[in-house]
Design a protein around this ligand. Structure first.
Ligand SMILES: Cc1cc2nc3c(=O)[nH]c(=O)nc-3n(C[C@H](O)[C@H](O)[C@H](O)COP(=O)(O)O)c2cc1C
Length: 205
């Protein structure tokens, strides 16, 4: 029997048409984000935030800033997946639960802080790259969590990032990296589209 994760990878497709009569409960939103935050991040920095745009009013507001893409408001919920500029000063807080759990020896923390500082301090491009990587891993994991919960999803970059940051109160160190619409797929959606042949995308050295 095929492993369910492999089935999910093969079955997932971008949903363009959502069942507008379908809603998700706040508890499902919390579960989706709980699962999404299991994704890995550099140094376990967890430099992300998920804004669940759930009410009709908030979805309409977001849709106006997202090329009027209907799925933003027709999905049950549309997440703004936010990446935060990587900052070594946040690391001690983020590692404390691993130290408290006895996973990480406390004396290891300064070494990780030093490595993070040498990577990110006064390096705006790297800080931003990490924000985008973190949010992308989070969004990817959210998409498969939704699939596992019987829901479809649509990642979107078609939006005005500055306007979304302003309208939804993002901090100066936060970037709206992706929107992810989640809901019940309508019957008419396309299957997953064909991919480029492996020979074009894989090098084995
Ligand atoms: C980063 C990213 C941004 C995307 N932005 C949009 C978008 O703004 N609107 C849209 O309809 N689809 C968007 N898509 C969906 C892609 O068009 C879709 O994943 C691709 O065509 C492959 O389709 P499939 O996932 O169903 O195989 C985006 C996908 C990704 C990964």
């Amino acid at each position: 029997m095929k492993h369910p994760i492999i089935s999910a990878i093969e079955e997932r497709r971008t949903i363009n048409l959502f069942d507008t009569s379908h809603g998700v409960e706040p508890e499902q939103i919390r579960e989706l984000v709980r699962l999404a935050t299991s994704a890995p991040t550099a140094f376990n920095l967890q430099n992300w935030r998920f804004i669940a745009v759930h009410t009709a009013e908030a979805k309409a507001r977001l849709r106006k800033l997202a090329w009027d893409q209907a799925k933003v408001s027709e999905a049950s919920v549309t997440f703004i997946v936010v990446g935060q500029l990587a900052n070594h000063l946040h690391l001690a807080d983020r590692l404390a639960p691993s130290v408290d759990a006895g996973l990480m020896p406390p004396e290891m923390v300064p070494g990780w802080e030093g490595a993070a500082k040498s990577l990110y301090f006064e390096q705006p491009q790297r800080q931003r790259d990490e924000a985008v990587r973190t949010a992308t891993f989070g969004a990817g994991t959210l998409i498969y969590a939704a699939h596992a919960m019987g829901l479809g999803s649509a990642p979107m970059i078609g939006f005005d990032a500055d306007a979304v940051a302003e309208a939804f109160g993002l901090a100066a160190d936060e970037i709206p990296v992706l929107l992810v619409a989640v809901g019940q797929p309508a019957p008419e959606n396309w299957p997953q589209k064909p991919r480029r042949p492996l020979a074009q995308v894989l090098s084995v050295l």
